[in-house]
Design a protein around this ligand. Structure first.
Ligand code: AFD
Ligand code: MN
Ligand code: MN
Length: 426
């Protein structure tokens, strides 16, 4: 399966949508030019945009209560790559996949071959020391890299080294470490000593990094540890990245903060420290990665990109990935839409009149400064995003083409139905 969706169907649907798109694009070009903005620059920004898809995102997610599988769920990493190939073929915004070990632990040569046949590459590797695997000598029930027992810590370190090895074989150049370590009862752990053990373990992982690799550490406020988490917040994360060294930086998962936290300010601080490694994008009403990117608070997404765009001179280019759970939608549809929502925020942020903003800030004109941001945010850049996909061989309307191709129906007949499970993540 090299082009999962019939290219003839894409061409046919795009041809039917071309004239209305031309009209919308020309109208937007006119409106932007009256504001002194060149649409070509925004189009370039849209075409350059890239976001990684997590291999686990193409499976149906679940909660602690239940998981309701969808039809044609991927059985293994090669099916997952096929699904990621669809997302990339139609959106042209997701050229890389981020693998999770041990869920995706297969022969690197085969992984590489399958991915390249689909036009895909690999993004950061993700280690997993938050679950026990069959036959594992030491349990992670009470932690992994920060466990009180040295042999358990050593096992977790060895697992991260293995992730680096697999990553080397598939052309990855980054490792993302998220641990569930923490505590559930006040008094259960010595929080200081637990953090020291985590740091000592991570120093050993860091020492195993190839020279051109990056190490991303991901903070998360709670869950599965519900009282304290060893890498709780961006402050802890910054301490880790600063103590480890130049190859280490912080990963900001938008779902891993308390409600109402000003994430764009965290972005600004980490940029200042030169320690903003990347993002996991998602949206949430209550916590973690419940909902699709941009579905609840697209303005926050825009404000995050506004900080990045404002800091362009510093050459900051954090790694972008989606990390969200799809419990009731077709994961491929959610991931296509989400990639486009993040791309939308990126392009909108590029439209901010930076000169006007600087002027209003210098004059303490809070109202017009806010309006300057809103003017960019209110711009419907959909025609620019559609034009980017059209020019790069994707679909003007990815969801319509995906449904028209009946990819899900096709794979459902090849992939046996998976059973519901008691819950958990995918
Ligand atoms: C969990 C964590 C975190 C991490 C992912 C993959 O909350 O977001 O990125 O697992 O390890 O969802
Ligand atoms: Mn994440
Ligand atoms: Mn998460």
């Amino acid at each position: 399966m090299s082009a999962p969706i019939d290219t003839g169907l894409i061409a046919e649907r795009n041809a039917a949508a071309a004239a209305p798109l031309d009209a919308d694009y020309d109208a937007l070009a006119g409106a932007l030019s009256r504001r002194g903005t060149d649409i070509d620059t925004a189009l370039r920004r849209a075409r350059e945009f890239a976001i990684a898809v997590p291999s686990w995102g193409v499976g149906t997610g679940g909660t602690r209560f239940a998981r309701f599988p969808g039809p044609g769920e991927p059985r293994h990493v090669f099916d997952k790559l096929d699904d990621c190939g669809v997302i990339q073929q139609l959106t042209r915004a997701t050229p890389t996949v981020s693998l999770h070990i041990p869920w995706d632990d297969e022969d690197p040569a085969e992984l590489r071959q399958r991915a390249s046949s689909l036009g895909l590459g690999f993004d950061a590797m993700n280690s997993n020391t938050f679950q026990d695997q069959p036959g594992q000598a030491h349990s992670y029930k009470f932690g992994s890299l920060s466990h009180v027992d040295a042999a358990t810590r050593e096992q977790a370190i060895a697992h991260n080294r293995h992730c680096i090895e697999v990553g080397r074989g598939i052309g990855s150049s980054a490792l993302t470490v998220w641990v569930g370590d923490g505590s559930n009862v006040p008094g259960q752990v010595d929080m200081g000593a637990q953090f020291e053990r985590y740091l000592a373990s991570l120093r050993e992982v860091y020492a195993a990094l190839p020279g051109d690799w990056r190490l991303f550490t991901e903070h998360k406020m709670y869950e599965p540890a519900f009282y304290s988490t060893v890498v709780q917040d961006w402050g802890t994360n910054l301490m880790i990245a600063q103590e480890l060294g130049p190859q280490a930086s912080c990963l900001v998962d938008l779902g891993h903060h308390a409600p109402n936290v000003n994430i764009e300010m965290i972005v600004s601080r980490l940029l200042r420290a030169g320690k903003l490694g990347g993002f996991h994008f998602n949206d949430s009403r209550y916590g973690d990665d419940d909902l699709d990117s941009g579905s609840i608070d697209p303005y926050r997404l825009f404000l995050v990109f506004n900080e990045l765009t404002g800091a362009d001179d510093g050459g900051a280019s954090p790694a972008c990935m989606l990390d969200q759970s799809h419990n009731v939608t077709d994961p491929i549809e959610s991931l296509m839409n989400s990639a486009i929502e993040v791309q939308r925020a990126c392009v909108q942020a590029s439209l901010v009149d930076r000169e006007a903003l600087a002027h209003h800030r210098a004059n303490n004109d809070a109202l017009l400064a806010g309006e300057t941001l809103k003017a960019a945010f209110r711009t419907d850049v959909s025609p620019i995003l559609a034009r980017a996909r059209q020019l790069d061989g994707g679909a003007i309307d990815p969801v319509a083409v995906y449904r028209g191709a009946d990819y899900r129906g096709r794979v459902a007949s090849e992939r046996p139905a998976s059973t519901g499970s008691g819950g958990g993540i995918v």
